[in-house]
Design a protein around this ligand. Structure first.
Ligand code: ACO
Length: 322
């Protein structure tokens, strides 16, 4: 049986850091409120001219180096983002050219904060069926560009960044299962209410901003993530105690803690970066994964549960042996 196995991870964050104290000067908020309600202390924000693909390029190069392969060995690029550099070509194609790769399939996936799990699930299918041998899977965002910096309900939550993994065909182990879902009926709770084909005037006016009913999203997120944990364990006939690490989407420390509690996991087994990165949407899971791989916490053959919830609503999980 062929598995898709992560053979290298990489990430990249813009140098520019915005602290909660900085935000106190911009909107009616406090460091204390942000820490207590979200766990966030600071976030990295791209400077003018720095794009999603700029961040992704660095993350991809770091992942390629970690996997010990050459860029030209890559035969699939799946790029999760909701903040692409251009309407077209896709960020995957722009990145492909930057990496000097020619001819392999390259496409974007848009599932907001669940984007990386969707991308991983997609790339895994290509590898399992033999269509690809070495895939580059990326989550990268400059969410700061679609934030209303006058809305305290959203501007304190998000950050920019990129994370990447190399997936390779492996006969022994790797991704054990992926689970992805969506329910479009919740569109109005979390969206950017304009685009190319609808309310384009708002885009032209520079007002394409995230709108979120945070409290309502919170409740659905906690409930849904609890269910996807059960679904994932059941599909693999595994116990909660079989999981070594939870690598969750980093939206809010309270949501992460609720999922850890559901799994009877100590917070020592949970990778938390939301304090340093904020919510980087599709980038948050591969960023967290890379941090914990590089600092030596996550080791080869350990079992990881990745899970995410985001706009759409979309949600998903991946269980893997690293
Ligand atoms: N500073 C100070 N006060 C604030 C701030 C702020 N930055 N933001 C909101 N408040 C106020 C509100 O106005 C409200 O005041 P009121 O009681 O006088 O009306 C009060 O704080 C409580 O607001 P809530 O929205 O109920 O606060 P809550 O505890 O729910 O925390 C938060 C808000 C952090 C947004 C939380 O609801 C959350 O994390 N939601 C889920 C986000 C998420 O997971 N999104 C999905 C992924 S994102 C994506 O896909 C793009």
């Amino acid at each position: 049986m062929t598995f898709a196995r992560i053979t290298g991870t990489g990430s990249y964050l813009p140098d520019n850091i915005v602290t909660n104290k900085d935000l106190e000067k911009m909107v009616d908020t406090t460091d204390q409120w942000i820490r207590e309600r979200t766990g966030i202390e600071r976030r990295h924000i791209a400077v003018e001219g720095q794009t999603t693909v700029d961040l992704a390029e660095q993350a991809a190069k770091n992942a390629i180096e970690a996997a010990g392969i050459k860029a030209e060995d890559i035969d699939l690029i799946v790029f999760a983002t909701s903040t692409p550099d251009k309407i077209f070509p896709s960020s995957a194609c722009i990145l492909q050219a930057r990496l000097g790769i020619h001819g392999c399939p390259a496409f974007d996936i848009q599932a907001v904060c669940s984007g990386f799990v969707y991308a991983l699930a997609t790339a895994e299918k290509f590898i399992k069926t033999g269509s690809s041998k070495k895939a580059l899977v990326i989550g990268a965002e400059v969410f700061s560009r679609i934030i209303n910096w006058e809305d305290r309900g959203t501007c304190v939550l998000f950050g920019d960044g990129a994370g990447a993994v190399i997936l390779e065909a492996d006969e022994e182990t790797g991704i054990l299962s992926t689970h992805i879902h969506a329910d479009g009926q919740y569109e109005d709770l979390l969206h950017v209410p304009c685009g190319i084909a609808d309310n384009y005037d708002q885009v032209k006016a520079g007002r394409a901003f995230v709108e979120m009913k945070g409290n309502e999203v919170f409740k659905v997120a906690v409930n849904t993530l609890g269910k996807i944990v059960d679904e994932t364990l059941e599909a693999n006939q595994m116990q909660k105690s079989d999981i070594d690490w939870l690598v969750p989407h980093q939206a809010n420390l309270r949501i992460i803690t609720a999922t850890a509690r559901k799994l009877n996991m100590s917070m020592d087994q949970v990778v938390v970066t939301v304090n340093e990165h904020g919510n980087t949407s599709a980038a948050s899971i591969p960023l967290a994964l890379d941090v914990a791989v590089r600092d030596g916490r996550i080791k080869r053959n350990e079992v990881l549960l990745l899970e995410a919830f985001g706009g759409g609503f979309t949600w998903g999980s991946a269980l893997l042996r690293y």
